[in-house]
Design a protein around this ligand. Structure first.
Ligand code: HEC
Length: 193
């Protein structure tokens, strides 16, 4: 793995120098990201090096509390679950269909990232992947990202009751809404007879 990684890095620098000397059209970074994804490298593990160390090593400035976890949970159900699943498993139609896939965030690969890493990833996203950045540039926005960090830490011990409460907060698809309207109309018609 390490040797493969070093050779990829060498390849990367060769590509980048090629780009400058020969004005190759394809941006070298895209080629490198694709090569890494093909090699199965966890892209955010690499991104680790790009995260400013001051952020990477900082702890969560928002105290962990039931309210903070609940805030993160509501936000996660609304914005993140389409790809990551309410339980963080990544086992969703969207999460599985992305390349690289949405990871199982309950596992060590994610849980071992520092609070600062998680915060940075949430704020800035991960380049060349389906993971969008959610930064709003406001203090309130940063605070909600820190709540999300608390919630991600809570994922490995999520309870069935919490999962249920999240389902009620998941965005509904147009089909779901149409089905509910039909159902209501049917019930109303039944009541009128
Ligand atoms: C459109 C799909 C999508 C949405 C919506 C999304 N993510 Fe992601 N996310 C991904 C993908 C894909 C990855 C994996 C990228 C990679 O392998 O580098 C990822 C990675 C991450 C990671 C890094 C985990 C790790 O182990 O490297 C964190 C943390 C994360 N997402 C948090 C969130 C949060 C919090 C939200 C909601 C505010 C969110 N994501 C919304 C697709 C999504």
């Amino acid at each position: 793995m390490a040797a493969g990684f070093v050779s990829l890095l060498i390849l990367a620098s060769v590509l980048m120098s090629l780009q400058t000397s020969l004005a190759v059209v394809i941006p070298a970074q895209i080629v490198v990201a694709l090569l890494l994804a093909m090699a199965g490298v966890h892209v955010s593990a690499l991104l680790h090096d790009a995260i400013p160390s001051a952020i990477r090593t900082m702890g969560n400035p928002t105290p962990r509390s039931a309210e903070s976890v609940a805030d993160g949970m509501a936000h996660f159900a609304d914005h993140c679950a389409v790809c990551h699943g309410n339980d963080g498993s990544g086992d969703t139609e969207m999460g599985r269909g992305l390349y690289p896939k949405a990871p199982d965030m309950r596992l060590d690969t994610t849980q071992q990232l520092s609070d600062g890493d998680l915060f940075y990833i949430i704020e800035h996203g991960i380049r060349f992947t389906g993971m969008p950045g959610w930064r709003t540039g406001t203090t309130a926005g940063e605070e909600s990202s820190w709540h999300l960090v608390h919630f991600i830490r809570h994922l490995p011990t999520l309870t069935p009751a919490e999962l249920d409460s999240m389902k009620a907060r998941n965005p509904r698809s147009p089909e779901d809404i149409r089905f509910e309207i039909e159902e209501e109309r049917f019930l109303n018609e039944g009541a009128q007879k």
